[in-house]
Design a protein. Structure first.
Lengths: 292, 194
């Protein structure tokens, strides 16, 4: 079954592999190129382009880290700008963290009835942005001097580090010997609960990724401005519900309306809909509002 | 439905805040992060070094109580523990080639060093002199203690420290005492890398 699914959206899976090679060590091609051009000696890995630390630094008043880690800020900026214009394609097509958990979810043939699914995307959105608000509040509390009670959660619960550790462990198994509570919790929530036991396999992306949540907001703004987005057009729907069950972000509700802050433009609904009712458009604001 | 959405939002936010408090508590006994300034002498009590152009550097002897680690760690991966630094600053007046040494280890301690600064893993030495007022860029050092089972029953599992030495003169620049114990109060470290 997963082979059939593999063929249906094969370009996305090829893109996942490219994303892995671009960001995860020992390849980490993007950061390797950056380090080479900047004359930096260090060996890059997935954590070189942290998805979360710059967001914490901005809100905790440590934006001066931009001078020490400009590559991280550039990376976040690039992801957000592409989210505005093309939608969160980094999340849907390149992010190795999301791709890995989604791939695990697809490989393990657990029926969806045993998996977590929130039927109403508004609740999913509320949880996602509750996390983002908490994430930002922690940074602000640290800025206000509460660092004795709170710590930034970026590094303590870091799926990027765990993915890099697993990859390193394939090459050198000794790297898998050390785990701390945060990395064990991440492993449970990212791969087991968020991957295997969540419909779509992107529980981590949905609920614990601040960059994904910010990209969702930017995508919503971009779609209102008429940039690239997935829409559902008028047509004969046979109510098969396949679009709902294949959406890795649980972004489509029972009325087949797409929650823009969750959609990652992955095209799974487009490739699965038997009547081709989903498509991607790039049109002016007025044209899009007619269709929606 | 609006009530459910609001409650979902608040619960997610509270869980996030709680996860930060939990992480802060555990950061005193798991993968403890600490700062290093050289030269700073023998660190016998908590000190804060304030230097213009550098962030405040807090240093203290590290006492890590393995019994205070998280429940998942204690059940699933009790026999390894790590300490870590991202910050080594030269607060002196001359450039220094920094050599690191962990003393009094009766079992394997694995070094994982990454830095944008030339480093020799055989001698644990940064081969390029670090200028005054500068930190080693993009530094990440993890020392992973692989503790044999029979040591886990001891009250004191490791009692040593980190020597920071001038590689050219062999002069001791800084010494940070490090203890891994079972039962007691963790102190020192707890810095956040995020």
């Amino acid at each position: 079954m997963w082979l059939k699914s593999l063929m249906r959206n094969k370009y996305r899976y090829i893109s996942w592999i490219i994303g892995f090679i671009l960001f995860v060590g020992p390849f980490a091609i993007i950061m390797r190129i950056y380090y080479y051009l900047a004359g930096i000696l260090r060996e890059p890995d997935l954590h070189t382009a942290c998805f979360r630390m710059p967001i914490d630094w901005i809100f905790s008043g440590r934006i001066y880290y931009i001078f020490s880690y400009p590559e991280m800020f550039l990376f976040i900026f690039a992801v957000l700008i592409t989210s505005l214009i093309l939608g969160p394609i980094f999340c849907g097509w390149l992010c190795p963290v999301g791709a890995f958990s989604e791939a695990i979810s697809r490989i393990i043939p657990l029926p969806n009835r045993y998996r977590i699914q929130i039927k109403d995307p508004r609740i999913t959105r509320a949880i996602r942005y509750g996390f983002l608000t908490g994430f930002i509040m922690i940074s602000i509390l640290i800025l206000l001097g509460f660092s004795e009670r709170f710590t930034a959660i970026c590094c303590w619960y870091c799926a990027s580090s765990v993915l890099q550790q697993i990859t390193n462990g394939i090459i050198n198994p000794i790297e898998l010997e050390y785990w701390f509570s945060g990395s064990i919790i991440v492993l449970i929530f990212w791969l087991i609960i968020g991957g295997i036991f969540t419909v779509g396999g992107r529980g981590w992306c949905l609920f614990f990724c601040p960059l994904g949540a910010l990209s969702g907001i930017i995508h919503k703004i971009g779609s209102k401005l008429g940039f690239y987005r997935t829409i559902r057009i008028e047509g004969k729907c046979i109510n098969c519900g396949k679009c709902i069950s294949v959406c890795p972000m649980q972004a489509i509700d029972s009325n087949f309306s797409i929650e823009r802050t969750l959609c990652i433009n992955c095209k799974e609904c487009i490739s699965r809909c038997p009547n081709k009712l989903y498509k991607m458009i790039w049109r002016s604001k007025n044209a899009s509002s007619k269709i929606n | 439905m609006k009530k459910v959405i609001l409650i979902s939002f608040i619960i997610a936010m509270l869980i996030t805040l709680f996860s930060s408090v939990y992480a802060k508590d555990l950061s005193k006994s798991e993968i403890v992060h600490f700062w290093i300034a050289v030269p700073a002498g023998n660190i016998t009590e908590p000190i804060t070094i304030i230097k213009a152009s550098l962030p405040p550097i807090k240093m203290a002897p590290l006492v890590i109580d393995l019994d205070q680690r998280g429940i998942l760690k204690k059940i699933l991966n009790p026999n390894t523990e790590a300490i870590s630094t991202h910050w080594i600053y030269n607060i002196g007046k001359k450039p220094i080639r920094i050599k690191l040494e962990l003393i009094e280890a009766n079992y394997p301690i694995r070094w994982e060093v990454k830095a944008a600064w030339p480093y020799d893993p055989e001698t644990h030495t940064f081969t390029k002199p670090l200028p005054p007022g500068m930190g080693i860029p993009k530094l990440s050092i993890d020392w992973i203690f692989e503790i044999p089972n029979y040591y886990m029953d001891e009250k004191v599992i490791y009692d040593g420290g980190l020597l920071v030495i001038d590689a050219d003169t062999n002069e001791l620049l800084t010494f940070i005492p490090i203890k891994l114990i079972r039962g007691g109060i963790s102190q020192g470290g707890g810095a956040s890398c995020g």
